[in-house]
Design a protein around this ligand. Structure first.
Ligand SMILES: CC(=O)N[C@H]1[C@@H](OP(=O)(O)OP(=O)(O)OC[C@H]2O[C@@H](n3ccc(=O)[nH]c3=O)[C@H](O)[C@@H]2O)O[C@H](CO)[C@@H](O)[C@@H]1O
Ligand SMILES: C=C(OP(=O)(O)O)C(=O)O
Length: 479
């Protein structure tokens, strides 16, 4: 289908953005809330029904990264003219993010194969629909770009996984150091450039290398007057991906991937073409799926550096992991049948072990030998999966931020159960446990899983799993 924004490739089009901000809330806001993404549709509520005990084989394709696509979609707001993005995953969080952008007057065309064209030239207000922003974490990432490009922004407090308090103090302090006046009123962040026009470059040391605060400040500084130095920033691959998108759009961001960013602000950025990196958390989830089902299969594309902390742990447990040009990443847990060894793990900012793989890894550890420990150092509330894993018969003891997982001497101890996903990665860990368990498992709260896994059950079934999606009103198969 021909793009209505053709020729998007003309990077030199700098149409003047519409700056009539009198109408603060765009009417699209009302339309967007009626659009049907799984996140927004109250019915039907669904569950995944899993027949456990299957062995997986074959190859699985890894989608583009949710946590890269979200800030990059926000980053298009920094750019005059259309941007063409590749490998945007088909997820409910992405649908919600697109609705957030549309509520500002952004035009978005979704093509096939994860290609999306985003044109922000029609932006006609600086306050995105609050109902949409508060559904996801990524919606809040529009704050920095809107403020930097238009000198003013009103953005509702963010949503996202319920895994801790998730404050936004670093965003606020950082934006203030770039010359913004920021206050929180009635559940919204209201910000404007102190000089009434543009942010100004400044120095800011983040008290913690927050991913979202780093991304927000990077986008804001890209359009500020002068130079910004951000210290103790997040080094996550998604931060690097955003920097690459911004630089392709004419920004000057140096140091992405290290703990200091130096950003020379530009008067304007132009649209560009960018391919989102593969989702390292999705890839990691499939690697753990191979381990927990004691299977062997391959996956691609995977960037080895992005999964190195997981590879190290799985190798220590006894899995074999190989890379081949033709097949991508191949993980095998077959020769170690029933004897994967438990280990200790602590989550932390990249390159440490990712918190977004902690619940899935804990599910694996319940099937390994010996006693393992998992320390969650990033989110204080990310242990809600423990109660659900216990329903499979897992023995886990939580002490503060550390869980002790008592494995057993031989094979899986898990039995199919009826469980509920309380957040995205909790949902993934329950699906993994269900595949390893004896009997049938039902996972409710699928809405959380759909936020971040593209075609999860279709991809797993393609590897040999037996998972079906059913309406929760269908009588339960688990006693
Ligand atoms: C959409 C997206 O990209 N989500 C990811 C992003 O979330 P998100 O960007 O929200 O995570 P952060 O890196 O900001 O949070 C890490 C820690 O910093 C704290 N904090 C954060 C900001 C702040 O202003 N003050 C503060 O204290 C948080 O409460 C948390 O304890 O990074 C997390 C850490 O890798 C991942 O788990 C999420 O999947
Ligand atoms: C915590 C996560 O997402 P979000 O920050 O969007 O809630 C996640 O992807 O595991």
């Amino acid at each position: 289908m021909a793009s209505i924004f053709q020729p998007w490739i003309n990077k030199s089009i700098h149409k003047k953005p519409t700056t009539n901000f009198l109408r603060k809330t765009h009417p699209v806001c009302q339309i967007s809330t009626l659009q049907t993404s799984p996140e927004q549709t109250p019915f039907p509520e669904e569950k995944l029904v899993i027949v456990g005990g299957t062995t997986l084989s074959g190859h699985v394709n890894i989608s583009g990264s949710k946590n890269s696509a979200l800030p990059i979609l926000a980053g298009t707001l920094c750019c005059s003219g259309p941007s063409k993005l590749h490998k945007i995953p088909n997820l409910s969080d992405i649908t919600t993010m697109m609705s957030v952008l549309r509520s500002l007057g952004v035009r978005i065309e979704v093509l096939s194969n994860g290609e999306v064209i985003v044109d922000t030239d029609g932006v006609s207000c600086f306050e995105p629909c609050s109902d949409l922003v508060s559904k996801i974490r990524g919606g809040f990432f529009v704050l920095g770009p809107i403020l930097a490009r238009f000198g003013e922004a009103v953005v509702a407090l963010p949503g996202g996984c319920d895994i801790g308090a998730r404050p936004i103090d670093l965003y606020i302090q950082g934006l203030r150091s770039l010359g913004a006046v920021v206050e929180v009123k009635n559940g919204k962040v209201c910000a404007h450039a102190a000089n009434g026009r543009r942010l100004v470059g400044g120095n800011f040391l983040l008290g913690y290398p927050s991913v979202g605060a780093t991304e927000t400040l990077m986008m804001a500084a890209s359009l500020a007057d002068g130079k910004t130095v951000l210290s103790n920033v997040a080094k996550e691959p998604e931060v690097v991906d955003l920097a690459e998108f911004l630089n392709a759009s004419g920004a000057s961001v140096e140091g992405a991937g290290s703990s200091t960013l130096v950003i020379n602000g530009k008067k304007r950025l132009h649209g560009s073409e960018h391919t989102v990196i593969p989702d390292r958390i999705e890839a990691g989830t499939y690697m753990i799926a191979a381990a927990i089902t004691r299977s062997c299969f391959s996956m691609s594309p995977v960037i080895p550096l992005h999964v190195s902390s997981l590879v190290e742990k799985l190798s220590a447990a006894g899995c074999r992991i190989r890379q081949s040009k033709s097949n991508g990443f191949e993980i095998s847990a077959v020769p170690s049948k029933s004897s994967l060894r438990g280990f200790d793990v602590r989550t932390g900012p990249f390159p440490q072990f990712p918190t977004d793989l902690q619940p899935q890894l804990m599910a694996l550890l319940t099937t390994c030998t010996g006693t393992s420990s998992v320390e969650e150092s990033v989110f204080e509330g990310r242990m809600r999966h423990v109660r659900e894993l216990e329903k499979f018969g897992a023995r886990i003891q939580v002490c503060g931020s550390t869980a002790l997982i008592y494995g057993k001497e031989r094979g899986s101890t898990l039995y199919g159960s009826r469980v509920t996903a309380t957040d995205l990665r909790c949902g993934a860990s329950l699906v993994l446990a269900g595949m390893a368990a004896e009997g049938i498992t039902e996972v409710e709260g699928v809405i959380h899983i759909d936020r971040g896994y593209e075609d999860l059950e279709m991809k797993l079934n393609g590897l040999g799993a037996r998972i079906s999606r059913q309406n929760v009103l269908i009588p339960s198969a688990v006693a």
